[in-house]
Design a protein around this ligand. Structure first.
Ligand code: ATP
Ligand code: MG
Length: 568
């Protein structure tokens, strides 16, 4: 490709709304352009990188035995009503209607469509197992599109779905997919972790793993053990249970009320009354699953809403508003306590382990001290309800400590079980002629987000630095002076020669100053630059490795053979 013809100019400055490195660099280097919030065009360079990612994903999916299909983006709303997701998917679902006022959605994911496809195609165990995948544009009306391709409203996803006759079969398929994901992310040169994740949101019945690209801009926090292989999304990372504390609560005095005018927070209790947060029991009122209930955690701990939600079995929970708290607890939130509360009380394990604690008194301007869990309020619901903290003991090995990293979710695999096959009636006849629901798994990779994540991990102050497997071109020839016939002829000859060898090469033949060409080349991030300048008269060029900025003057013939061997 001749750069003089290439669509997409480089920009000196990124638009102000681009806050993350990948977003800034992909815009500045002319890989993408925004059409509307969360909606992007891929310019030729961006399209090439995207295509490389697609091909890596395609190769690994094919190798894992999955078959490529392509399903429609436009999906009848009835299917979503059948799966009962039409209502609960919420505002992210893009809805539209046709000329006959029939309702459709623009697919944010394809469990419904693929299950309805399979129920029509497969009726016998003889045709199972089968795994299908597609690489396709998805639509989600995200509340906050963010960071360019990272959280788009229209984005490219690889979604795969597996269908097995039993859970053992699914276990095997799932393991194969897990391995394929590992291959894909390694080939992309990504620093990532496969972590335990919450399955509740999609209603999976079994195991699930999230694949997290490690990055400071990640929206997720990942807890990783310093010793064993434990890694989990913080939204579900367990807390080390340790030994059961031995409590003797037999001869403790009754709880006592004390006056705390205007003191509503743990911080105020600490500052004004010198009470350590770990002596306090925090009481939070939540609503979810049609119920109102209290959650208790120690004053120095945080409630983990995913754990609470999964315990309750609700699709979502939220802190009760001011009025609901008043109505249920008879007092504002700063003074709510578990003693005498007529709501179900969920106590975190650390609360249940306390001999006594300080709580709100359920009365304005008063707290209680000497409150004994199990004596003064019920311990009928004790579980791990808090968020793990950095530096705490690993819940898996009990040896290491948890370190936290920020992560970008680039892929997610689930053992779905029969949730969709039962709702949509995808069943098969087993060898004995009995009808059974098909056991499903689903496996997603955000391909456009992956592109952004790779960019976010591969750059320096001058621009992008693509891993060779993803670079839009392998070699960037920089012709220093278009007016110099010797240089021009040498650059053209080199360009032809590399192209003939099947090497993807971009020739900067623009009528620009050398400085501009060097700057743009670094911004674009092509792994190797071959600079054709004055030394061309001596049949020599400068061979530049983008990663380490090493420069070497070598003969043109050697430059060709180095580029051909993929060396840098
Ligand atoms: P998130 O928590 O980031 O919203 P999700 O749980 O909604 O992700 P899935 O439904 O599991 O995501 O989708 C599969 C994959 O698609 C994700 O792992 C992610 O890589 C990608 N993805 C999801 N939403 C977006 C988006 N808005 N823009 C780009 N990629 C996305
Ligand atoms: Mg989402």
């Amino acid at each position: 490709m001749r750069q003089s013809n290439l669509l997409g100019t480089t920009l000196r400055e990124a638009p102000a709304e681009a806050e993350t490195i990948n977003h800034q660099l992909l815009l500045r280097a002319g890989y993408i352009r925004q059409l509307a919030a969360g909606i992007y065009t891929y310019l030729p360079l961006g399209r090439r990188v995207l295509r490389k990612l697609e091909n890596i994903v395609r190769e690994e999916m094919d190798a894992a035995g999955a078959q490529e299909i392509l399903m429609p983006s436009m999906q009848p709303a009835e299917l979503w009503k059948e799966s009962e997701r039409y209502g609960i998917y919420g505002k992210e679902l893009m809805k539209l209607s046709d000329r006959h006022e029939r309702e459709f959605v623009l697919g944010p994911t394809h469990e419904e469509v693929v299950t309805s496809l399979i129920r029509g195609e497969i009726s016998s165990y003889r045709k199972l197992p089968v795994t299908v995948y597609q690489i396709q544009t998805k639509f989600r009306d995200e509340r906050r599109p963010r960071s360019g391709l990272m959280r788009g409203r229209e984005f490219l996803m690889k979604d795969a779905y597996s269908f097995d006759t039993g859970w053992e079969g699914l276990d095997e398929t799932y393991a194969r997919m897990h391995e394929a994901y590992r291959q894909i992310f390694e080939r992309c040169g990504l620093a990532y972790r496969a972590v335990q994740a919450d399955a509740g949101a999609i209603g999976a019945e079994g195991e699930t793993r999230e694949f997290m690209a490690l990055s400071g801009i990640g929206e997720d926090t990942v807890a990783v053990c310093s010793v064993c292989g434990y890694a989990a999304n913080l939204e579900l990372a367990e807390v080390y249970a340790g030994e059961d504390a031995v409590r003797d609560i037999s001869n403790l005095p009754a709880a006592e009320k004390f006056h705390t005018p205007g003191i509503r927070t743990i911080a105020q209790l600490e500052q004004e009354l010198h009470i350590a947060p770990e002596q306090v029991i925090k009481t939070l009122i939540y609503e979810g699953g049609g119920k109102t209930f209290a959650v208790l955690v120690r004053g120095d701990h945080e409630v983990n809403e995913v754990k609470v939600r999964n315990y309750i079995g609700a699709s979502g929970i939220a802190l009760a508003g001011y009025e609901a708290v008043q109505a249920q607890a008879g007092v504002g939130s700063g003074y709510v306590g578990p003693v005498g509360l007529s709501l179900a009380v969920l106590a975190d394990r650390a609360v249940a382990a306390m001999t006594q604690g300080i709580t709100g008194a359920g009365e304005r301007d008063y707290h209680l001290s000497g409150v004994v869990p199990g004596r003064d309020f019920s311990l009928a619901h004790v579980a791990d309800f808090r968020t793990a903290a950095e530096g705490e003991t690993c819940p898996s090995c009990g040896q290491g400590v948890l370190h936290f990293h920020q992560g970008i979710e680039i892929g997610h695999i689930f053992k779905l079980g029969t949730k969709y096959s039962e709702k949509l009636g995808a069943s098969f006849l087993d060898a004995a002629g009995r009808s059974k629901p098909i056991i499903m798994g689903c496996y997603g990779i955000g391909i456009s987000r992956l592109l952004a994540a790779v960019a976010e991990q591969h750059y320096d102050e001058q621009g992008l630095i693509w891993p060779a497997a993803l670079a839009p071109y392998k070699v960037h020839i920089l012709l220093m002076s278009t007016k110099d016939e010797v240089q021009k002829a040498a650059a053209e000859a080199l360009y032809e020669q590399l192209a003939k060898l099947g090497i993807e090469v971009l020739l900067d033949d623009r009528d620009e100053r050398a400085g501009v060409k060097f700057k743009d080349s670094s911004l674009l991030g092509i792994p190797v630059a071959i600079v054709v300048g004055k030394a061309a008269a001596l049949h020599q060029v400068e061979y530049v490795d983008r990663r380490c900025s090493s420069k070497e003057v070598i003969g043109i013939a050697e430059a060709v053979s180095r580029a051909a061997s993929g060396q840098s």
